[in-house]
Every structure is written in C-alpha cells, then in structure tokens.
Design a protein around this ligand. Sequence first.
Ligand SMILES: [Zn+2]
Length: 462
Amino acid sequence: MHKRKAHKAPLLKLWAHRPPVWPMQGPIASLSLSLSNWAALLEPECQTGIPSDWGVELNSRSRRRKNPPRRRMASDSSPPAEEASAQAPGDKLAVFWHEGMLAHDAGRGVFDSGRDPGFLDVLDQHPENADRVRNMVSILRRGPVAPFLSWHSGLPAHASELLSFHSPEYIEELVQLNATGAKKLCEGTFLNPGSWGAALLAAGTTLSAAKHILDGRGNLAYALVRPPGHHAQPGRADGYCFLNNAGLAVHLALDSGRPKVAVVDIDVHYGNGTAEGFYRTDNVLTISLHMRHGSWGPSHPQSGSVDEIGEGKGLGYNLNIPLPNGSGDAGYEYAMNELVVPAIDKFQPQFLVFVVGQDSSAFDPNGRQCLTMEGYRKIGQIMRGVANRHSNGQILIVQEGGYHITYSAYCLHATLEGVLDLEAPLLDDPIAYYPEDERYTMKIVDMIKNSWKECVPFLKDI
Ligand SMILES: [Zn+2]
C-alpha cells in the first residue's frame, strides 16, 4: 500500500457518497481532412513554406505493402508475469492495475452515441469498454513481454488529490451526479453506476504508478487505467474522460520536487484537457500528436492546431502536432525525431509522462493514423532514449484510448517492448498491411518545425 501526500485542498463535503460506475459513449469523430483545412491550422504569421503541391502528394501515395518482421509468436505457455519476474533481465517495467476499473460500463448504442435507432438488431458495445482493457491485461500477463514486467495494485484517489488539477466545483458536481443515477455528461460520455468508482481508481492508480518512480522504486511504470483522462478538463468531463489521470500525475511530480515535466501524448485525439490544465505554465511542456478529428459537441470544439502554443508565461510550452490521416509508422517516426525529440532536448525535463493511445493504429474505429506495432515499438524506443538523456531513464506511461479489442493489446505490447529497449521484437504483427503516406506527413512535419522556429521562443534554433 502506498501512502500518497495529500495536496492543497480540503476534503470535499460530498465525498461521503461512495462512487460506483457508469457507461459512456464517445466522440464520433469527423474524420475527413481537406488540404484547405490543413492550411488553416497555421496562423498567417506562422506559415512557412507550405508546399503548393500537397494535392499531388495526396494523389501519389505510396502503395508500399508492409512487411512486418516474421518472428516466433508468443507461446501460450508463457508464464504469468509474477512467476517469471525473477528471470527478467534489467529494469522491470512496473504495471499498475486494479480490476475495479472494469466496473465502468458505457453501455450500447450506435457506436458511442448510446442511441438505439430501433431498426438495428445488434447495437455496438461502447468503444471504451472493459473488454479492450481485459485484453491489455492478458497480453501483458501471458505475452512474451511478461518476464520484463512486475504487477502492482492501484488504489482509488483521495478527494484532495483530485484538486491539484480539477476545480472543487467540478468534483462536487461529479459526486452529486453519481449519487443521483446514470446520465450522459456530454457526447459519448456516460456516468453510470460503477463509473465513478472506476474513475477514482484510474486516477489513484496513475498516482501510485507515478509515486513508484518518484520514490525511487523503479524507473519505468505503466498505469493501465480506464476510463481514460486526457480530454477531462479542469472543470468538465469530455470524450469518455472524467478525471485527468496524467494531469494529476504531473502535479504529483511537480509537488515532489521535479522542477520541469514533459508530457508526450500519442493518442490519436488531441489531449485538450491536459493542454488546458497547463496552458499558462512554463514548467510543464505538453506535446500532443494527433489527427484533426473535429468537434464532437460543446465540450469539445475543434482544437489542437499548431498555433495553440500556450498563453502568458506558458507561451511556447504547449506544442500541437496535428498529422495527416494515414501518417503511419514512418510519418510518426519522422515527427518524433524532428519535432518531439528536439523540443524535449531543449526543454530538459526531469520527469517524463508518456500518454499512450492505441487509437492511432491502422485498425482503430476511432482513428485514421495507420500506426502498426512496428511504429508503436519505435515510438517507445525514442521515448526511452529521451528519458535516458533527461530523466535518468524514468518514464511514467499512462493509458488513454485504443478501441480495437485485439489490436490495441498488440500495439500496447509493442509500445512497452520499445520502452524496455529490447533488442528485437518479441511479438509478430498479426494484421499490419496498410500502405503509408509518409512523404506527405514529412512535409507537414517540416512546416510545423518552421512554425515553431518562428513562433516558439525556446525552439528558435532546433
Ligand atoms: Zn483517443
């Protein structure tokens, strides 16, 4: 059991109501992307070298077929992590989990809407469902990465811990709403019986994982949590999210004496909640790679453009990297190496939060970015390299989206292989085959880099 430091705020009056569970429905993203929309991402004064032939690039996509390395598949007889842990070499990656998070049930409907039109025999399970996480747990327990992991139980967050990121009014509102029964908080986001308890566990489990690192008990920790958190804003729920798990961990790191923290978010959606929480601060660098997914209602206007770079003393410390649909492994690797790595090298954080979502994968119902296991593995390796240079190899990984029940688990496995910096892939990719359009993505990345050089003071010479 870990005793965490209580932050600021007094206990909330309404905390006596013990949280239960809820289902939600989520954003059906508008997934179309036009070249004119891309041009609009940049403020006129920040536009630099926008290629005039984007249309040509779009029409001449590489049809390269992926040839994932063929390696031996995981053996069904792989031992559970607990039993195998003594054999694992090097630094174990500590997985923090609690099965109470399965109690959140967002229900069924037309995709994430919660609506039943009356003419469908089979309604979708909400994309943010317990099954997706059951597979993440099982692949880590029985997949080939298992010997490199250790398992730790999460805890529900205390009320006072939530107030480092969220307003007291918002938390009281959630507690009251939970006490009065199931309801839809915003598009795709449902507070049902069991949801609030799961949300507290997600927040507390993430804090436990952060504390594991901050207390010096290990360098690598992964908070395997749901419901996700990066859309949750200081004062409102949004996009399947109620509490901003990663944002809470950032505050814990700052309060524990780490002067500067960097957040890298590769979920396919913009980490708008996290960005808002730190938009006016210069000691937290938030970086989000995402697609331009559109608004899903009043809680989530379209945002995440290149020109949203922070305000006041936070100017330059929120970096958005909206990538074209289909960017794929090569496009993401280029964006990581050309944008994310130089920015972090300049910022020099002492703590690193890696926010992962497998909805950037090629088969996700909610995303169109076409990453495969190979890409996730590479991103994990790049993040490990950054951590080795700046945070003594320490990385807190926080789970967000990822809605393909099978492939999300595989991509998670690959990501952790990358973070562990293993020499060769442990697990074959069972389904990757989509072609990529990295040349177009590379042009966009180069544009964003030029924009940063002009508009972000601390990145003038990257
Ligand atoms: Zn997402």
